[in-house]
Design a protein around this ligand. Structure first.
Ligand code: ATR
Length: 290
């Protein structure tokens, strides 16, 4: 008998992103552009899931031939817990943004957010920083804003870039303290926002959800060192409140998270299909001038 999860040969393979909210997601457009690069026959949709309905939505999606999912806010922890097998990256983040369903019924979880962020940082920091050789962030000080899922999902990959120092600043300092890992190659500490006054950083990454309320985190002025990069993990049609703050405060390079989204999507595509799409073409198609 035919396994119901295996699609019929003439039907497209089914993928989706699940979240709440999810209607703003660019993931369907990105995956369609990836599929076009390879001539792959893929159906990728956005599915808004009730806050208490994630496990059931995944079950339904699988039973109707779904082969893989991207998972976004607020379901990444639940996706990790639902999986039978997890990659090291998912284990490090204790969260999953990518699920793969195998024909024997296994759910495999992966997390591509950290790789996506680091690839996009490398694109933005460019030749000047990388010409030194060595890890991307060596000798640099990094300020991470927030201590929720977004920051947890990328912390391990950032530490692999061996920054000299990492400060995690959060409204609730105890949550930032939970993320500090002593004894690594980078000096790490937790902070409140106002305690940052008088300090300077080479890379400042906003992983708070303050932007959803149209706000930037309440930061003191003068945080950016000469040549510093300000990066917002959120993205949108207009600059985010954090990007506006960074422009006023003199950051040299300012970016939202669209590049990270494209890069993490490429890693998911590779996890599902075993081939890596060209991300720069897609980023340019989504935002000419990138
Ligand atoms: P996510 O998965 O998007 O990271 P989360 O786990 O709820 O969501 O975390 C949201 C993060 O944004 C937290 O660090 C939160 O700070 P608290 O831990 O103190 O709640 C931060 N955050 C949310 N709204 C904020 C605001 N208006 N100003 C500053 N930080 C904010």
């Amino acid at each position: 008998m035919r396994d119901e999860r295996t699609p019929l040969p003439d039907l497209p393979e089914r993928y989706a992103v699940m979240g709440n909210p999810v209607s703003h997601s660019r993931s369907p457009a990105i995956h369609r552009l990836f599929a076009r690069q390879f001539g792959d026959h893929i159906d990728y949709t956005a599915i808004e899931v009730d806050l208490d309905g994630f496990a059931e939505a995944v079950r339904r999606f699988r039973s109707t031939g779904g082969q893989g999912l991207n998972v976004t806010v607020p379901f990444k922890l639940e996706a990790f817990r639902l999986a039978d097998v997890c990659t090291d990256l998912a284990k490090q983040a204790q969260a999953a943004n990518t699920l793969r369903f195998t024909n024997d019924g296994t759910i495999e979880a992966h997390n591509t957010d950290g790789l996506g962020l680091v690839r996009d940082l490398a694109r933005l920091l460019g030749v000047g920083w990388r010409a030194r050789g060595g890890p991307l962030l060596s000798g640099k000080s990094v300020l991470l804003l927030g201590a929720g899922g977004a920051v947890r999902g990328v912390l391990a990959q950032l530490l692999e870039c061996v920054p000299e120092a990492v400060v995690i600043a959060n409204r609730t300092i105890s949550r930032a303290q939970e993320l500090v890992r002593p004894g690594g190659l980078s000096a790490m500490r937790a902070s409140g926002f106002q305690d940052l006054a008088g300090q300077h950083f080479d890379v400042v990454i906003n992983g708070t959800s303050a932007g959803l309320k149209g706000e930037a985190p309440p930061l003191p002025r003068g945080l950016f060192a000469t040549g510093a990069l300000a990066y917002d993990m959120m993205y949108g049609d207009r600059p985010t409140p954090f990007m506006d703050y960074a422009a006023r405060d003199g950051a040299a390079i300012i970016s939202d998270g669209l590049g990270m989204l494209v890069e993490q999507a490429a890693e998911s595509y590779c996890f599902w299909h075993g081939k890596r799409p060209d991300t720069q073409i897609v980023l340019k198609a989504l935002r000419p001038g990138s």
